[in-house]
Write a protein that binds this ligand. Structure first.
Ligand SMILES: *Cc1c(COP(=O)(O)O)cnc(C)c1O
Length: 404
């Protein structure tokens, strides 16, 4: 279905040599590579329409503003938000989560509860801990089982009328688990709690439908979906975005400023203080167009093949232990080899041009759960191949001979 050679030709970096060897890029969970159309669109913006937005009446400013708003519309359509002003441009998932957690300061009181899952990235833990410190609210953790799946009966038990917000990732970056968010959203709403979905690892693999999910917030980063770094999205339901105070003060986000009182601009500008990443925001739309042309169904089917193939190949290595064996998972394989530190394998195979992530993957509590310092994580994208998986497996076998 996918013409992989043609797709690979879209990504100039895939023909770069690293340490004298063809690059095998399996660190897609950390950031994706960028296709030529995205790289070109960045240059084109600066070459042809660069100007500040929403400010000048001059032609370039209007062209830049139009392009920025067209991109907002594309993202609205892509995630099926009801209104374009429910789509806020941010610098990334981290920024988006902080904006929401900060906004909840005025809505929580001591003794209220915030639920986070045991599977979260530090970005979706720390802002909530800070919120609890500010308000006296209590952070509770939805536990997981040995497969790396959330234990839903425990989730049900934790929910109560004290729960004010639940926060959970759609897909775990460390283990690849796809969480049953539809169920979790419904349950949170039954007790009157809001729910934020960290979609950073989901949007590279699927097209979320925020109205069907009925989540209150859905956040993601542009750089994991072929877009530029420093771009991200905060989707919020209109009623929540109206209720939350602005995150930052400054230009763009005001209606009227006097030294006595400032009134805030309407959505979405209330949450977009200062000059945004204009080029990045525009080009995020280009990246989403690119991925939609390939098609998320095709992407999911192909990546599933890579996941099955990679899992089977890796399990042929003696001493292999895979962490995260959920029934529902994406193309992420987190593993260790008995008696070898993940960092040693990572370093040796890097010499062969193979890029994997080693360490705790910004999810230390998950590593603590498994009582390990970290894992090796291979995360596949639609431009990876089975031959690349073979190269990685060969390299690991050789590394193992050197280390054991
Ligand atoms: C990458 C990631 C984040 C953080 O994204 P940034 O782009 O670094 O802000 C948060 N949550 C998950 C699940 C991620 O994978």
């Amino acid at each position: 279905m996918l013409d992989i050679n043609k797709i690979r030709a879209d990504f100039p970096i895939l023909s770069v040599k690293v340490n004298g060897k063809p690059l095998v890029y399996f660190d897609n969970g950390a950031t994706s590579q960028k296709p030529q159309v995205v790289i070109d669109a960045i240059a084109k913006y600066y070459q042809e329409i660069n100007a500040n937005i929403h400010r000048g009446v001059h032609t370039l400013s209007q062209l830049a503003t139009d392009a920025f708003e067209v991109s907002r519309g594309k993202i609205q359509q892509h995630i099926n938000a009801k209104f374009p002003y429910e789509v806020i441009f941010t610098s990334g998932t981290t920024h988006s989560i902080n904006a929401v957690a900060n906004g909840f300061t005025s809505l929580l009181k001591a003794g209220d509860e915030v639920l986070v899952s045991a599977l979260e990235h530090h970005s979706n833990i720390v802002p909530w801990q800070m919120l609890c410190e500010r308000t006296g609210a209590i952070l509770k953790v939805i536990p997981m089982n040995d497969q790396g799946e959330l234990i839903l009966s425990e989730y049900d038990n934790l929910l109560s009328n004290k729960t004010k917000i639940v926060t959970v990732n759609h897909i775990s970056n460390a283990l690849g688990t796809i969480n049953p968010i539809k169920y979790m959203i419904e349950k949170a709403h039954q007790v009157g709690a809001a729910i934020l979905i960290d979609g950073a690892q989901a949007v590279p693999h699927l097209k979320p439908n925020v109205q069907e999910l009925d989540c209150d917030f859905y956040v993601f980063s542009g750089h994991k979906i072929c877009g530029p770094t420093g771009t991200g999205i905060l989707y919020g339901k209109e009623k929540w975005l109206r209720k939350l105070p602005p995150y930052q003060g400054g230009g763009e986000m005001i209606k009227e400023v006097t030294f006595e009182k400032t009134t805030y601009a309407d959505l979405p500008h209330k949450f977009e203080a200062g000059t945004p990443n204009i080029a990045g925001g525009i080009v995020l739309g280009t990246a989403i167009d690119y991925m939609n042309e390939i098609g998320f169904e095709n992407i999911a089917a192909y990546e599933h093949e890579l996941l099955e193939y990679g899992t089977q190949k890796l399990l042929e290595i003696e001493g292999m232990k895979i962490f995260g064996t959920a029934l529902e998972k994406t193309s992420v394989i987190s593993f260790n080899i008995e008696g070898i530190h993940p960092y040693d394998i990572g370093t040796i195979i890097d010499n062969k041009g193979i890029a994997v992530r080693t360490g705790h993957h910004c999810a230390q509590p998950i590593m603590d759960f498994f009582k390990i310092p970290g894992t090796i994580r291979a995360s596949f994208a639609f431009y990876n191949t089975k031959e690349e998986i073979d190269s990685m497996v060969d390299a690991i076998k050789k590394a193992k001979l050197m280390l054991l």
